[in-house]
Design a binder for this molecule. Sequence first.
Ligand code: HEM
Ligand code: SF4
Ligand code: SF4
Length: 395
Amino acid sequence: MALSTGKYGKFDPQNPTKDRITDIGPRHYWENFPPSIQKNYGKWLYHEILEPGVLVHVSETGDKVYTVRCGSPRLMTVQHVREICDIADKYCDGYVRFTTRNNIEFIVDSLEKVEALKKDLWSRKFVSGSYKFPIGGTGASITNIVHTQGYVHCHTPATDASSLVKAVMDDLFDYFTGMTLPAKVRVAVACCLNMCGAVHCSDIALLGIHRKPPIIDHEVIDQVCELPLVISSCPLGAISPDKTPEGRRTLKIKVERCMFCGNCYTMCPALPIADKEGDGVAILVGGKISNAVSEPKFSKVVVAYLPNNFPRFPEVVQTVKKIVEVYAADARKHERLGDWAERIGWEKFFEKTGIPFTEHLIDDYRLAYDTFRTSTQFKFTEAAWNVCKAAGGID
Ligand code: HEM
Ligand code: SF4
Ligand code: SF4
């Protein structure tokens, strides 16, 4: 495997172009592999889950590599990072890895080390009593919730990703440490519909949504914004040039076109979109990336809006818990949430979970040419419409 020849730090001011490197990206991934992974690279025969959170990978060389997986809060203190490094130094020769869902994985080469590591990890607690390194998140479980930046880093969030994840995960903790579900349930949070979190393909997705158009700050907009830039940022052409009564350059927004995406605020700080009453959380279910059993699916909106009830989001937590519990009791083994909902029918999904099917799930956006008058679950044909009318209550 070709490695970087290690020219870092050899800059010569007298001869600035000599050995100049233009590729200053991350180190080659090979350098970060533990020796046991380097040795068996490309030679893996199979892997098994020995117990929740503990995996063994078996190589054709006869080597067995054990992985202990722990939850992580993703947003962590420097002390916590140091503690992770200490554990990695003590048991794993200084190697540690993070999964895409922000789990921490410690890799060791014997079962004895697994036992010692497990004992150590379970013994570490925060002062409040909660586990610092809960072991689990494998197989038919709910693993760490992959989530986006939230208020901590991004400019367009409609919810606080970190506290939402904490609140939901606290209630689903037993599903993290056990493998008691019919199949894996992947939960994701994106704090706005730009969806860094790829929530459209998770079993349960929590999505921060804005419900009001941005408010234009006419006082400052012509000083902080290149107006043509923000006009062109709107995917719906809702923004156009305008003048204030005093004749200053500004913008206007055609509110009925706006879909509250926040793209304009990404471009222009004078168009804030965050709003205490307007912002909240939508819930989507049934997405998956896997090809097993059925083709990959997009998740579908089942709850159009729940309030941002900081900091513990009781409405969201209860709804997620209810969906998981009904699914756990009703689905067949190996059936993902979306497969289950499709088998029993989405009508039954709403019935069993007690989630009301409301008009907010039906697309009434007038520019939605293909999806107008449909929901992500149901398409209203003329025949269906006639049945509705015959049933009464509809003109
Ligand atoms: C006071 C005078 C000028 C101002 C304030 C100005 C301002 C700007 C700004 C704001 C951009 C956009 C940069 C970006 O966001 O990518 C730009 C791009 C550009 N300007 Fe000017 N400009 C001036 C004069 C000129 C002149 C005299 C020329 C050519 C003779 C010129 C040629 C360009 C070109 C070719 C680009 C595009 C560059 C790119 O996209 O890579 N500009 N200018
Ligand atoms: S999902 Fe939206 S608000 Fe959240 S981090 Fe990504 S762009 Fe920012
Ligand atoms: S929020 Fe989105 S749709 Fe609304 S004006 Fe801004 S860019 Fe356009």
